[in-house]
Ligand binder design. Structure first.
Ligand SMILES: Cc1ncc(COP(=O)(O)O)c(C=O)c1O
Length: 359
C-alpha cells in the first residue's frame, strides 16, 4: 500500500554530501551529527548509509544505544554526555565517547567502576553560554579528568559555535580565540565546527568537524541552499492529491475561510497537514510542487490536508498525483523562510505517521 505521506531518503545523496564535506575539510575527520532521529531522516538507516563516517554524534545515550542495538559499531560521541550512573554504565558497555561539560560529570567519572574506560571530550564554553566550562573551571576540570583512571589520555578538546552562520559578526572569531587561548598548551584532538563553522571558518575545522545539516544536503547559511555548495537534498516530503474542485470567484477555502478565490479557480486538496509535521505557520502562497510544477497553498494548513491553487498548471492534476512539500525540486530552505523558521525544525518535525523510506 503506497503511504499517503512519505519522506523518501536518498542514500546516494547522503554519501555524496559526505564526500563533498570531506573535500572541504580534507585534513579533518568527520563526526556526522545524527541526533534527533538523524534530523528526521531515520537514525539507523542514515547511520548505515554513512558507514564511512569516522564517527557519529548523538545528543543522548538512548540515541546511541539504538545504533548499537542495530549492530552499528562506529565510534559514537554523546554530545551532552551522561547524567547518572546508569547512563555511565550503559555508555561504558556501548563504548561511547563522552562530552564532559559539568563538574557533576567529572564526579561521575571519578566514581566509575574499575575497568571502565572512556574517550572524553572536555567542552569549553567559549561564548555560547549553553554547555561547557569557562576560564579556571576549564583548567581544573582538565586536570581532574587527566588524573582519572576511567579517562583515556589525552583528554580531547571541544567547543561549539553560536553564530557561525553569520560570518560577518565578530563573535565566532572571539570564540575561536578563546578556544585557542584555553587549549593551546594542551595535547589531544580538537573539535569545534558545526556545518556553518566548517563552511565559513577554515581555521575552525581542526581535527574533527561535526556537520549535521550539510550531511542532509541543506545549507545552514540564510539566503543560500545546499545546491549552491554542490550538495544534494536527502529528504523529499511527498503527498498526493486526494480531491479537487472548481471554485467561483469569491468562494473561500479552509478553516476560517482565510483564502478567497479572486477568479474561477481549480483547487486540489492534498493529504498532508500539521499532523504530519507540515507547519501550520505556512501562509497561502507558499510553494508546493504538483507533478513537478510549482503551485501555491490556498487557505490554512489543517491537520491532515492542504488546499492548493492549481489553476495555472499546464496539466490539471488528477487524483493520486504527487505533491512535493520540500526536497527534490523544492528546497526546504525556501519553505523554512515561508514558515518563518529554520530548515532544522522542518526536517526534525516530521511526525511518526509519515512513512520514512530510504533508497
Ligand atoms: C554540539 C553540536 N555540534 C554540531 C552540531 C551540528 O550542527 P549543524 O547541523 O548546524 O551542522 C550540533 C547541532 O545542533 C551540535 O549541537
Amino acid at each position: 500500500m503506497t503511504p499517503l505521506v512519505s519522506a523518501t531518503i536518498d542514500g546516494g545523496a547522503l554519501r555524496h554530501n559526505l564526500s563533498v564535506i570531506r573535500q572541504w575539510a580534507p585534513k579533518s575527520r568527520v563526526m556526522a551529527v545524527i541526533k534527533a532521529n538523524a534530523y528526521g531522516h531515520g537514525l539507523v538507516a542514515v547511520a548505515r548509509a554513512l558507514e564511512s563516517a569516522d564517527a557519529f554524534a548523538v545528543a543522548r545515550v538512548d540515541e546511541g544505544l539504538m545504533l548499537r542495538a542495530a549492530g552499528i559499531a562506529t565510534p559514537t560521541v554523546l554530545l551532552e554526555g551522561v547524567f547518572d550512573r546508569e547512563q555511565l554504565e550503559a555508555a561504558a558497555g556501548a563504548g561511547f565517547e563522552l562530552v564532559v561539560h559539568t563538574a557533576e560529570q567529572v564526579d561521575l567519572l571519578r566514581a566509575a567502576a574499575p575497568g571502565m574506560s572512556f574517550k572524553v571530550w572536555l567542552k569549553l564554553d567559549s561564548g555560547m553560554n549553553r554547555l561547557g566550562f569557562k576560564g579556571a573551571a576549564f583548567d581544573s576540570a582538565h586536570a581532574a579528568l587527566g588524573a582519572l583512571a576511567a579517562v583515556r589520555s589525552p583528554v580531547n578538546l571541544f567547543t561549539h559555535l553560536a553564530s557561525a552562520d553569520e560570518p560577518d559578526l565578530p563573535t565566532t572569531g572571539e570564540q575561536l580565540a578563546r578556544f585557542d587561548a584555553a587549549t593551546r598548551a594542551l595535547p589531544g584532538e580538537r573539535s569545534i565546527a558545526n556545518s556553518a563553522g566548517m563552511l565559513s571558518f577554515a581555521e575552525a575545522q581542526a581535527d574533527w568537524v561535526r556537520p549535521g545539516l550539510l550531511v542532509y544536503g541543506v545549507s545552514p547559511i540564510a539566503g543560500s541552499i545546499g545546491a549552491d555548495y554542490g550538495l544534494r537534498p536527502v529528504m523529499t516530503l511527498k503527498s498526493h492529491v486526494i480531491a479537487h474542485k472548481d471554485l467561483a470567484a469569491g468562494e473561500r477555502v479552509g478553516y476560517g475561510g482565510d483564502w478567497t478565490a479572486t477568479r474561477p479557480t481549480r483547487l486540489a486538496v492534498a493529504a498532508v497537514g500539521y499532523g504530519d509535521g507540515y507547519p501550520r505557520a505556512l501562509p497561502s502562497g507558499a510553494p508546493v510542487l504538483v507533478n513537478g510544477e510549482r503551485a501555491s497553498l490556498a487557505g490554512r494548513v489543517s491537520m491532515d490536508m492542504i488546499g492548493i491553487d492549481v489553476t495555472d498548471l499546464k496539466r490539471p492534476p488528477a487524483l493520486g498525483d504527487s505533491v512535493v512539500l520540500w526536497g527534490e525540486g523544492l528546497p526546504v530552505e525556501e519553505i523554512a523562510v515561508w514558515a518563518d523558521t529554520i530548515p532544522y525544525e522542518l526536517l526534525c518535525g516530521i511526525s511518526q505517521r509519515v512513512a520514512v523510506t530510504i533508497y
